[in-house]
Design a protein around this ligand. Structure first.
Ligand SMILES: [Zn+2]
Length: 79
């Protein structure tokens, strides 16, 4: 299995959505490819951080400000 293939299947691998054969091929590759292992570890850590943090809805004022800023920027780009 090639590194590119690992990256392609990474999302499903992390979601546990792969069949056993593909999963074991990936794990076998990760056992001997440091580059891919680093990518997988980094992705896992990122997911953990997102899952462990409380979902914080954007306050209305922040959303309005963001909207205004975007509108201004878009308006300027068009002018
Ligand atoms: Zn690799």
């Amino acid at each position: 299995m090639k590194c590119k293939k690992i990256i392609n299947e990474l999302q499903d691998y992390l979601d546990d959505a792969l069949d056993a054969t593909l999963r074991s091929s990936i794990e076998e590759h990760l056992g001997r490819c440091t580059d891919c292992r680093i990518v997988v570890d980094t992705c896992k850590q990122t997911i953990d951080i997102f899952c462990n943090s409380e979902p914080a809805p954007l306050p209305l004022t922040t959303r309005q400000k963001l909207h205004e800023a975007l509108a201004k920027r878009l308006g300027r780009a068009r002018a």
